[in-house]
Design a protein around this ligand. Structure first.
Ligand SMILES: [Zn+2]
Length: 331
């Protein structure tokens, strides 16, 4: 299933987050063999909430899910909101920007190369597997995925049931994809490294501004085989719109009939357009289940009567709350 070559993985000392990850994996391994009719006691979910959610999930025909960075935290990927979000002192959104790419494509390519390497080395967690299983089991399931880490693709998530609204790290496209003149539609799937010049140095963390960024000539960056302009990551940069074809698929689902259940997973859902999806689902009749570290006191994420809130790491809560319908998942 996992076609990505991992032979280039570098060895490094285990950090405290590695140890936390190992402990989490051990817990998940144990959970695999538990029953599916009661919640895991360590999650502090009441039997009443577990049962009412399971019954509603079982009966739900149309389920809408919004997936955010919290889904991949247990896979070791940063949320880009915490104190570790800065890259060489820059906010991530300042590097994921078309104008910055135009001015300094070398720097932007290094930033994305490091994110690609991290995502390629990461493993999908139990929540990715559980959601893929639910999507395969329920014909009327549709997810909007804000993550670009490729982890949902690696668990064989049925692609007709998911919209990758921010693109993916594992694809590149021509920088002239939107040009008014000589527009170019080239795009291609990629793995890290995009080319040999963008291989990260071993044992040096280039996200640290004190480390010199390896020199790469602009001419050594990936260029389009069709028009010879620069290629760029196939992600939606800040300020760019989600491709229209994806927006249309989302509306086809949300306008396609009543929605029974909405799952909000690992996202505060405060940023547009993600913020719209909760009210849209409520208007279509959905009850909402939140899987987050913290309860939101801001709209649209504020709890309403009939909602569920499952507090904790999504890799634990999602797999445990779905097990009454899809059974236990591995990992
Ligand atoms: Zn091109």
């Amino acid at each position: 299933m996992d076609a990505i070559d991992r032979t280039a993985k570098t060895s490094r000392k285990p950090t405290s987050s590695d140890k936390k990850l190992d402990a989490l994996k051990a817990k998940q391994q144990k959970r695999k063999f538990r029953g599916t009719s009661t919640p895991d006691p360590s999650l502090n979910v009441s039997l009443e909430d577990f049962t009412s959610f399971t019954q509603h999930l079982q009966a739900s025909r149309r389920i809408f899910a919004l997936l955010g960075a919290g889904l991949s935290v247990a896979s070791g990927l940063a949320t880009f909101r915490g104190s570790d979000r800065l890259w060489r002192g820059h906010e991530p959104q300042d590097l994921s920007d078309a104008q910055v790419f135009f001015e300094d494509p070398v720097k932007v390519w290094w930033f994305f190369s490091q994110r690609m390497m991290g995502a390629q080395e990461a493993e999908p967690n139990a929540a990715h597997f559980a959601l893929a299983k639910l999507a395969s089991a329920k014909e009327g399931f549709f997810a909007v995925n804000q993550n670009i880490d490729g982890l949902c693709e690696r668990v064989a998530f049925p692609q007709s049931h998911i919209a990758q609204v921010h693109g993916t790290l594992f694809s590149i496209k021509c920088s002239k994809y939107q040009a008014e003149k000589d527009k170019c539609d080239y795009e291609s799937e990629v793995t890290y490294p995009v080319n040999e010049h963008l291989t990260l140095p071993q044992d040096i963390d280039i996200s640290d501004a004190k480390v010199a960024l390896p020199e790469v000539a602009r001419s050594d960056l990936p260029h389009c085989p069709k028009c010879n302009n620069l290629l760029r990551p196939n992600v939606v940069f800040f300020g760019e719109a989600t491709p229209l074809s994806l927006t249309e698929r989302i509306y086809q689902f949300t306008l396609g009939g009543p929605i029974d259940l909405m799952l909000v997973i690992g996202t505060s859902a405060v940023v547009l357009p993600a913020a719209m999806y909760i009210p849209i689902a409520r208007n279509a009749g959905a009850r909402v289940a939140f899987f987050n570290m913290e309860e939101s006191d801001e709209e649209p994420g504020r709890l309403q009567d009939g909602d569920w809130f499952f507090k904790g790491d999504a890799s634990e809560t999602v797999a445990d709350m779905l097990k009454g319908v899809i059974g236990n998942v591995g990992r």
